[in-house]
Design a protein around this ligand. Structure first.
Ligand SMILES: *Cc1c(COP(=O)(O)O)cnc(C)c1O
Length: 360
């Protein structure tokens, strides 16, 4: 009999960092505050999407469609893949949790680059699997050769984040294909494309083509970033049928709610308007990047909707300078600071803070 007077919580949880959410925007007096800490889309929902959300809200006394049929079919049509290859979840973080649960027993290994997305160690550890982190190179890019070497008998999943959150770098199509040639057929490679819509680098991977050619590849995407539905929690995988079936088995029942399903379908219907917004954000990213380079900053080129400041020990001070100017940003300990591309006024303010920083 245990002596403990408390319900016992799994030991492994004590090793987990609690997920740090982006700070809410807090305004110093007389300034508009901007939240640039969670890579959100600064645009409010499109009117057509908002109207759909409003209509769907009238039916929330009913459970959602458990099979997520309309959204699955809409995704299949827009991507040109069979519906049986789509699996949805509560954001792509939700889908990622389903992936680890579907593939990993206790002690199995999940390989990914580091720094990368903060949810990776969390979903891995919660499932009882073991994170294997492979440091990025000096240019803040994935070292796919080292990741291939990190694969062992216990490896079940490799996560490739492209563009990488928080550094913004992409892997290239050719190096990803070379990497895949070295990965055992029974190891799943997940290509996390949360920021795909912002990518312009012609050498970036054609993940769906790679998926078609490799039975052990899966592509992960989300409506949270470019599509601006972060608050509704809907993401999906493009997976081979057996894996997609496994993901449906490990899904939270009715996890993707009816409002989220309807809004995601409406967003796919409004793809042209979405594209215009994404193009505007990409243009802003270019403007911010050029401005920073003109100031003298040496930054990794970002293919996503954020920029990475590799500031090391100065990260806290830079974060404080941003906050004093009303910009909420995401600090990663003593590694660096990630700043989301937001409204153009917010981006202007960032350029001002950065110019002052270099002069201080
Ligand atoms: C934001 C993000 C996601 C998506 O999160 P959701 O759960 O879909 O909101 C997935 N992967 C990476 C790398 C991200 O940065």
């Amino acid at each position: 009999m245990s002596e403990s007077t408390h319900p016992r919580i799994r030991e492994v949880l004590s090793r987990l960092p609690a997920y740090v959410p982006g700070k809410p925007a807090a305004a110093p007096e007389g300034l508009t505050a901007y939240k640039l800490s969670s890579n959100e889309n600064p645009y409010p929902p499109l009117p057509s999407v908002l109207a759909t959300i409003h209509d769907a809200a009238g039916a929330v006394n009913r459970y959602p469609d458990m099979a997520v049929s309309a959204l699955t079919q809409a995704l299949a049509d827009s991507l040109g893949v069979p519906a049986e290859c789509i699996a949805t979840g509560t954001g792509s973080v939700g889908v990622l949790g389903q992936v680890i649960q579907a593939c990993c027993d206790a002690g199995d290994e999940v390989v990914y680059a580091w720094r990368s997305f903060e949810a990776y160690p969390i979903v891995t550890t919660v499932a009882g699997a073991v994170p294997v982190q492979v440091p990025l190179d000096d240019g803040h890019r994935h070292r796919l050769d080292a990741m291939a070497e990190a694969i062992t008998e216990r490896t079940r999943v490799v996560l490739v984040c492209t563009p990488n959150n928080p550094t913004g770098t992409v892997v290239h199509d050719a190096e990803l294909r070379e990497f895949l040639a070295q990965v055992p057929r029974d190891v799943l490679v997940v290509i996390d494309e949360a920021y795909l819509e912002f990518v312009q680098d012609p050498e970036a991977p054609d993940a769906l083509a790679i998926w078609r050619e490799h039975p052990n590849v899966m592509v992960l995407r989300t409506f949270s970033k470019a599509y601006g539905l972060a608050g509704l929690r809907v993401g999906y995988a493009v997976a081979h049928p057996e894996m997609a079936t496994a993901l449906r088995k490990t899904a939270v029942p009715f996890g993707v709610n009816s409002i989220a399903q309807a809004a995601a379908v409406a967003s796919l219907d409004a793809a042209d308007e979405m594209r215009q917004r994404v193009d505007a954000l990409v243009k802003e990213r270019g403007r911010v990047g050029d401005g920073l380079r003109d100031q003298g900053w040496d930054l990794a080129p970002s293919e996503a909707n954020f920029v990475w400041f590799d500031l090391g020990e100065e990260s806290s001070e830079f974060t404080a300078a941003c906050e004093a100017a009303g910009l909420m940003v995401r600090q990663y300990g003593t590694d660096g600071v990630r700043v989301t591309i937001g409204e153009s006024e917010a981006n202007d303010r960032l350029l001002e803070v950065c110019a002052r920083w270099l002069a201080h």
